[in-house]
Design a binder for this molecule. Sequence first.
Ligand SMILES: Cc1cc2nc3c(=O)[nH]c(=O)nc-3n(C[C@H](O)[C@H](O)[C@H](O)COP(=O)(O)O)c2cc1C
Ligand SMILES: CCCCCCCCCCC(=O)C(=O)O
Length: 366
Amino acid sequence: MEDNLPVNVREYQELAKKALPKMAYDYINGGAEDEHTLRENIAAYTRIILRPRVLVDVSKIDMSTTLLGYTMRSPIIVAPTGGHKLAHPEGEKATARAAASCNAIMVLSFSSSCKIEDVASSCNAIRFYQLYVYKNRNVSATLVRRAESCGFKALLLTVDTPMLGRREADIRNKMVFPRSGNLEGLMTIDDHDTTNGSQLERFARATLDPSLSWKDIEWLKSITSMPIFLKGIVTAEDARRAVEAGVAGVIVSNHGARQLDYAPATIAALEEVVRAVAGAVPVLVDGGIRRGTDVFKALALGARAVMVGRPVFFGLAARGEAGARHVIEMLNGELEVAMALCGCRSVGEITRSHVMTEGDRIRSLL
Ligand SMILES: Cc1cc2nc3c(=O)[nH]c(=O)nc-3n(C[C@H](O)[C@H](O)[C@H](O)COP(=O)(O)O)c2cc1C
Ligand SMILES: CCCCCCCCCCC(=O)C(=O)O
């Protein structure tokens, strides 16, 4: 057993910063433009207060929850993040093993540095696949088919990235993204311009399909039988359209504040989306979750589950598979304590009355 293991996500972030080259750390940590939304994703959680309930028998806490009929040990899912080989040579295979050992669902990114097949064979687990749509639809369709035949159980279509947000640290660092084995034989990336800006941004501009629109959900349904979630919804209007389009779930996400700066903090947008969806499909949320209490707050505001991005990446960078696993376990442990101290024995007992938002405080003064 190592001495002085980190005791929270913030300490993992510090270790990751020491362990990684600047270009990699800045890519993982950074957000778009002024990084206002990046700060707000975290700050908005700090403005929500918990309302503890006492004298409840909490000798048994059950954090399990279900999604699409799958039972998870806790409502924490590993968010899709690209390029895990930036953090560790084993890349997404290490993250997949970490998630599987915690019985947590991992969403494999379309821009993963390991092949879909290698991640699938690295260990047994329920996994979802995240999709971007390329201008060459056949490439995306092929990757979807490969994910489905590898046993992935759901598809998360990321809808907030018709083009890449301006991540100024990546532009400054001339960010170079690890090659994805997934594109071998499907697409060649000829980028000889090593002098200027972010290579990832150039590649995204050359390949992502900015014409993707609501009508393409039908196309996606026609090429897969996996249930489809839309990732990147932050308004009631889009949430209602998503339900009308017949998706299996909605993910309140601003892409970890890497796309549109001054988009709302996700925890601030969650209730609006939950109300609009009105129970038709499960609502998930990601962005800024660094504590078990954050998970608790998201569930109290109506999320079925949460996804966690950078914290797991930091764990992987700091201590490989063991670090990624420890991050998930720490968040689980913190959630368990939060539930006990709020008098909740199961996630079903976490209710809106367990939190007080800024809006609640203002309304109580009127
Ligand atoms: C380094 C990094 C890479 C990411 N890559 C992807 C990706 O390939 N596809 C995607 O849909 N979202 C991607 N995201 C966004 C995450 O899925 C998620 O929305 C976000 O990380 C949640 O915020 P958090 O990091 O504060 O937990 C990425 C985020 C980071 C930090
Ligand atoms: C194999 C590279 C695929 C590039 C597709 C678009 C770039 C997305 C990069 C990952 C991402 O979403 C991020 O936030 O970073």
